[in-house]
Ligand binder design. Structure first.
Ligand code: UD1
Ligand code: MG
Length: 404
C-alpha cells in the first residue's frame, strides 16, 4: 500500500492549478510518483487530494489502483495521512508514504527502502545528504548514529540548521504503528501544522525502532515547492530523459539546447540537432535527422529516415519512411506518404477558422517550395505540386490530383 500526499495548497507556487499537476517534461509531477510505486509493485495508492481534487482526478481518470482521499482542510502532512484512516486502519502490513511534489523519485530508491526495512522496525525512511539543505526537514541523530527525529527547517536551532542530512519524504511504516502515532501528533511548531515528521519522534519515544538509510541521491531528493524548483526539477528530469535516449542509440548533438518530452520515443541512430523541441506524445523512428530548430508536437509519428530541418513544425501527423521537410514547413493533421519531399516553406493549411481538417499526401509526391495545401485535401501518389501553388480541395479535384 502507498499513501501519496497531494493536497497541499502550495502558497509558494502561487498558482490556481493543483501543485501536483504542474508539469515536469510534459507530465504532471504526480504521474512520476505513481509510476515509481507501480514499478515496485504497489497494489493500491491512496492519493490525498484537497481543494483541487477534481482537477487532479480528471487528469488521472479512474485508474483501478488509485483510491482518491479527500482532505478538505490542509492542516499538515500528518493530518493528510490521518484522512486515510478509514481505508487503512485494519491493514496489517507496511505502508509507503510519499509526496506528490517529489517527481524525481526513482523506483530503484524505493526498492532499496523496501529491502532495508526489517519486519521488527516500525519505520524506515530514506534520507539524502545535500550541500544546501535549506528548506528540508533535518535528520537528527544521536551520538551512536541512531535517528532521534526530524526537525523542520523553520523549527531548527542554529546548530540543527547546519545538518546536511535531510528528509526527502520517502517513508515506509508499519501501518498499525503509523496510525497510532499520527493520531497523537500535535501542531506544536512555528507553522501550527500537524507534521508527519513528528510521528517519527513519537514512535521512537514509545520504544519502537526507526531506521534511516541514506539511499537518496541529492538530485532525487528535491521536493517542488516553488516555480524555481519546478524548473530545476525539469532540468534534472530532462537530463535523465536524454541520458536514456542516448544510451539507446540516439545522438543528441547539444543536450543543453534540446528539450524532449518524457513521453517521446526515438529510434536508434536518429540524430537530434540543437534547438529541437519535442513536446507531447511523439514517436520517431530510426535513422531520422531532426532539427536544428525543429518543433514536434503531440500526435506526431515519424517512421524511419525522415528528415526535418530548420523551423519545421509537425503536429498530429504521420510521416512515412523517407519524408523530407528540410526548411520552414508546417505539417499539421496530415498523413504523408513515403519519400515525399516538402520544399522550403510549404505548409498544410489545416484550420479553416472553424475546424481542423486533414491532409493526405500519397507516396512519392513532390511539394514545391512555398506551396500551400489547403485541407481537407488528398493528393494521389506521385502528385507534383509546383512551387508557390495554392492547392485547395477544388483545385485538386479539377486537376485529378486526388480526391477530397
Ligand atoms: C515536507 C516534510 C519535510 C521534507 C520535505 C521534502 C513535513 C512536515 N515536512 O516539507 O521534512 O524535507 O517535505 O520535500 O512533512 N500535503 C497535504 N496536506 C497537507 C499538507 C501537505 O497533502 O495538509 C502534501 C503536499 O501537497 C505535498 C506534501 O504533502 O505534496 C508535502 O507538503 P509540503 O507543504 O510540500 O511540505 P514541505 O514543506 O515540502
Ligand atoms: Mg514540499
Amino acid at each position: 500500500m502507498a499513501i501519496i500526499l497531494a493536497a497541499g495548497i502550495s502558497q509558494r507556487m502561487n498558482t490556481q492549478l493543483a501543485k501536483v499537476l504542474h508539469e515536469v517534461c510534459g507530465r504532471p509531477m504526480l504521474a512520476y510518483v505513481l509510476d515509481a510505486c507501480r514499478q515496485v509493485g504497489v497494489a493500491k495508492m491512496y492519493v490525498v487530494v484537497g481543494f483541487t481534487a477534481e482537477q487532479v482526478r480528471e487528469q488521472f481518470g479512474d485508474a483501478d489502483d488509485i483510491v482518491w482521499v479527500r482532505q478538505d482542510e490542509q492542516k499538515g502532512t500528518a493530518h493528510a495521512v490521518l484522512c486515510c484512516k478509514e481505508h487503512l486502519k485494519d491493514f496489517e502490513g507496511e505502508t509507503l508514504i510519499l509526496c506528490g511534489d517529489g517527481p524525481l523519485i526513482r523506483a530503484e530508491m524505493l526498492k532499496t527502502l523496501i529491502e532495508k526495512h526489517r519486519a521488527e522496525t516500525a519505520a524506515t525512511l530514506a534520507t539524502a545528504v545535500l550541500d544546501d539543505p535549506a528548506g528540508y526537514g533535518r535528520i537528527v541523530r544521536d551520538v551512536y548514529g541512531n535517528i532521534e527525529g526530524i526537525v523542520e527547517h523553520s523549527d531548527c536551532t542554529s546548530e540543527q540548521l547546519t545538518i546536511r542530512e535531510v528528509n526527502p519524504s520517502y517513508y515506509l511504516f508499519n501501518n498499525k504503528i503509523l496510525f497510532e502515532a499520527v493520531e497523537k501528533v500535535r501542531p506544536d511548531n512555528v507553522k501550527k501544522e500537524y507534521y508527519l515528521t513528528d510521528a517519527l519522534s513519537l514512535i521512537i519515544a514509545t520504544g519502537h525502532k526507526v531506521t534511516a538509510v541514506t539511499a537518496v541521491r541529492p538530485e532525487e531528493a528535491m521536493g517542488v515547492n516553488s516555480r524555481a524548483q519546478l524548473s530545476a526539477a525539469s532540468k534534472i528530469m530532462q537530463h535523465r530523459i536524454q541520458q536514456v535516449l542516448m544510451d539507446s542509440g540516439v545522438t543528441i548533438v547539444d543536450p543543453d539546447n534540446t528539450w524532449i518530452d518524457a513521453r517521446a520515443q526515438i529510434g536508434q541512430d536518429t540524430v537530434i540537432e540543437p534547438f529541437t523541441y519535442i513536446h507531447g506524445v511523439v514517436k520517431i523512428g530510426r535513422g531520422c535527422r531532426i532539427g536544428p530548430f525543429a518543433y514536434l508536437r503531440g500526435g506526431t509519428v515519424l517512421k524511419d529516415d525522415v528528415v526535418l530541418g530548420v523551423f519545421t513544425e509537425v503536429k498530429n501527423s504521420t510521416l512515412a519512411d523517407g519524408v523530407r521537410a528540410r526548411h520552414q514547413s508546417y505539417i499539421g493533421d496530415a498523413a504523408v506518404g513515403q519519400n515525399v519531399n516538402l520544399g522550403a516553406g510549404s505548409i498544410t493549411a489545416n484550420f479553416d477558422g472553424e475546424k481542423v481538417n486533414q491532409t493526405r499526401i500519397g507516396n512519392n509526391c513532390f511539394i514545391g517550395s512555398g506551396a500551400i495545401l489547403i485541407a481537407p485535401l488528398e493528393l494521389k501518389d506521385g502528385s507534383h505540386i509546383s512551387a508557390g501553388m495554392v492547392v485547395g480541395p477544388h483545385f485538386a479535384k479539377e486537376r485529378k490530383m486526388g480526391t477530397v
